[in-house]
Design a protein around this ligand. Sequence first.
Ligand code: ARG
Length: 575
Amino acid sequence: MHDIRAEVEQRLARAFDSVSSGSDPVVRPSGRADLQANGAIAVARQLGRAPVEVARAVVDALEVSDLCERVEVSGNGFINLTYSSEFLADRLGAMAADDRLGVERVDQPEVVVVDYSAPNVAKEMHVGHLRTTVIGDALARMLSFLGHDVRRQNHVGDWGTPFGMLIEHLIDLGEEETAAELSAGDLTRFYQAARASFDSDPGFADRSRRRVVLLQSGDPETLRLWRVLVAQSVRYFNLVYRRLGVLLTDDDIVGESFFNDMLDEVVEELDAKGLLVVHDGARCVFPPGFTNRNGDPLPLIVQKSDGGYGYASTDLAAIRYRVRTLGATRLLYVVGAPQAQHLEMCFAVAAMAGWLPPGVQAVHVSFGSVLGADHRMLASRSGGGVKLIDLLDEAVERAARAIEQRRADAGEGDGADDHATAAMVGVGAVKYADLSTDRARDYVFDWDRMLAFEGNTGPYLQYAHARIRSIFRRAGMEVPAPSPPVLADPRERALGLALLGFPRALHEAVAAYSPHKLCAYLFDLASAFTDFYEGCRVLVEDRRQRESRLVLCDLTARVLRQGLGLLGIEAPERM
Ligand code: ARG
């Protein structure tokens, strides 16, 4: 057990239970002590006794002398607990000796599917893909670190009617020219040109329709051309992924086309289970509880009137495959808020069909939009807008200038022009700005704020890390062997307490699928470090005290690096 608060909570629960069984005390951090439990109030009401009396009885039954140096009951029946410094120091020593920094693996690892990124072939990756890619990647990293078996699934849009016109445009343009355009990232130009021909040239439109039929019937030449489109687009996606520093590789691409062969069976199974209803010529399922504005039941269309399958049937096939074949017990869909109803309906239908049995959880990890300074969408997935790759280029350029400026302000003179560091800081700033906002909310994309060295930003955390590394470098100090630090100064103690909060913060972030909770923790930790560093000299004469403080410094740097790493953000050695 490495979560110190959980230890106190368990002891408290036992003590409460002995006073009144089944009571469930809420414990929270407090300004008056370290922790506060207020459960006595509810118990007192139940038993018709005074809260103070109940609290005293709980404290009499409470055995925490090894964890806490002070336990006090306040006038209104709150129990205030203060950890003993010895206990904290002891745990910090153990944390310093642990590669995992106190984070235990879960007892029961699950196969967890994370469905994220999912750009569309022959369409540009916009800033709209940023959130799904960055949030999904952070969740994949955190879940694996906790010991789960994570299956990244990049559900790319690589199938469907648009491919008729895209293949015809490819033929008109020539394969070489197409390859050049797509791999250079001119996906929008390619798509729009195809669209324009389709809209203006009836002959082209005809050819496109016939091409869709050829594609669906598996015509070898058509499939070959289709593969060219997919391969070139994927090449470009990979380029963006490498720049963005996400884990996604070719092995994670399980696009819509992958499920094509399963769609007949999916529909047959729905039919056999008596779930299909023909509605306006289309085969549909009506999951209970979904209605439109007028209160009419809403259909999930699984097969269109022309016999074609759509987006929903593919998602149903994907659920079935992920549970049956991959053995997943948790499916996370990191997809924008506008698709909430689609996903909820797919989950409901899958449950009706028995593809989401009890014990398997499907979760829509929804997120808001990225807005411009005018508070309108910075870019939409469909409309034009900011290309993700251009955004990253600009981030790196701006980061290089920000780093230079910081060095000039600090009188540190010219650092070497260091492209690698600028890339880590620039890309890190963009990712952190995204991850540190509650994903449910929209946020305004603001270069100056995300690149600031102050506040809850990527550069601030990276700089806190780099500054600690420079303490060791400048003083030529070795990282001390792990040992319990001395927590004499209140700022040492506050930093120690912040460090020990890491496992809990990570678990809370994962439980809510909310990376911003980990960000908030890291920011608090960096702030506690800043207070400590400004108030306590590290390189003091006294060897015991110096080493103790160096242990705190090193541990802080390691938690910052690990925490940023779990967010998919690098921590440069110097800045
Ligand atoms: N390709 C889709 C889009 O760009 C996103 C797919 C999300 N994942 C899913 N399983 N539906 O809108």
